[in-house]
Design a protein around this ligand. Structure first.
Ligand code: XIL
Length: 379
């Protein structure tokens, strides 16, 4: 940074004194996370929901939350509203109400939108009717029809604003260490047939868009097998000529125990770098698609917790930002109380998980400073 000279400083103070008191009192707005990310050619964004019935949520309807997202972000991703369970209440209908709401708001706010997701390839996240579907006399053809109709319809509707799609989300079965089976894969003969068709269809329907395989493999020791499985999947895509451009790294990073050497959760830096090197070595780009932090192993004390969460965040971002192949960076929510982790990974002491860059009073936390510092150093 260039230090201002004394003259510049005094000149600045004189100019400040000429301003009305209300303006003088306001501290200069810090650069937004998106502004910092753009210095490195990236964008920063967050998940957001559409929740007309509850303005006390991480949704467009929550004015304070929406304003925070407008201030800090360059793009948003629908937390749930583009998933089959929301869009496809029945085999022959689409309900775009919620998704249109997010997109309309994003457009009016000058924000980009990411597509999440055209296929969350897990029975748990299929609509009930799709798990129980009768594919008829020619199951493969009917499964193909359902999948391609879905992808063409959704990409056609939002192609004007969405230029990056999580075409497939979470396709690994951890028990089998192989791609997961669903009603679609049983009808089409294999999970790979489903995934390949999804990507080919997306490429045809949205030729200029970035096509992403998105998953939650991570740098903690417990994820070693998942990383290996994802590498195998990505190798398969390349061998078969499946058009996949990037790996979306969800980045729900976690502290389920503490490493006495660092005071934060254990992470496999060398192995994680080797994993990323292998991924980019195959020509894939990288994204951070759903960043947040699970703080289970940390003590209740909020100041201690926030400091450790920020430390862990900084280590993660510094490593990830070493990769020029890293593009968009998105948080899975900006404010602690609205984080999905309050339900998904609650703490044993019953306190709120301190997972996000902002606290419940919309005050920036040390995590926000850690992300900013990391982006600033990289940009
Ligand atoms: C989560 C949402 O945040 C929850 O509201 C919902 O109940 C379940 O899904 N990986 C993903 C996201 O790809 O879509 C998930 O979002 C979080 C994990």
């Amino acid at each position: 940074m260039i230090e201002p000279t004394r003259r510049q400083t005094l000149g600045g103070l004189a100019a400040l004194a000429a301003l009305p008191a209300s303006v003088r009192a306001a501290p200069p707005a810090p650069a937004s996370l998106d502004t910092l990310a753009r210095k490195g050619g990236r964008r920063f964004g967050s998940a957001i929901a559409w929740n007309p019935r509850n303005a006390d949520s991480g949704s467009v309807q929550n004015r304070a939350y929406a304003a925070l997202v407008q201030r800090e972000c360059g793009l948003v991703v629908p937390e749930n509203e583009m998933k089959w369970q929301w869009l496809r209440k029945s085999p022959d209908s689409f309900d775009f109400t919620a998704m249109d709401g997010i997109v309309g708001w994003a457009k009016a706010s000058g924000l980009g939108v990411r597509g999440h997701t055209l296929l969350w390839h897990r029975p748990k996240w299929f609509p009930g009717w799709l798990n129980d579907y009768d594919f008829g006399a020619n199951p493969a053809a009917e499964a193909e029809r359902l999948l391609t109709t879905h992808i063409r319809t959704v990409t056609a509707r939002y192609g004007g604003i969405i230029n990056s799609w999580d075409v497939v989300n979470e396709a690994i079965d951890h028990d089998r260490n192989a791609p997961i089976e669903t009603s679609l894969s049983r009808a089409m003969g294999s999970p790979e047939a489903v995934l390949d068709l999804a990507f080919h269809t997306a490429r045809d329907a949205a030729p200029g868009a970035e096509l992403v395989y998105n998953d939650y493999m991570s740098w903690e020791p417990a994820h070693a097998k998942h990383c290996a499985d994802v590498l195998r999947l990505l190798e398969g895509f390349r061998k078969r000529g499946t058009p996949v451009d990037a790996l979306g790294i969800q980045s729900h990073i976690e502290m389920f125990s503490l490493d006495p050497a660092t005071g934060v959760g254990p992470y496999r830096e060398r192995e994680w770098r080797a994993f990323l090197d292998d991924v980019v070595g195959m020509g894939y780009r990288l994204l951070i698609t759903e960043f947040d932090v699970k703080d289970k192993a940390l003590p209740s004390d909020v100041a201690v917790r926030d400091a450790k969460v920020a430390d862990y965040t900084r280590r993660y971002f510094d490593l990830m930002l070493d990769y020029e192949q890293l593009g968009d960076i998105l948080a899975w929510g900006m404010v602690d109380k609205y984080s999905w982790l309050q339900g998904f990974a609650p703490r044993d002491d019953g306190r709120e998980v301190r997972a996000c860059p902002y606290d419940d009073a919309y005050q920036a936390k040390p995590m926000r400073a850690a992300i900013a510092a990391s982006l600033g150093a990289a940009g």
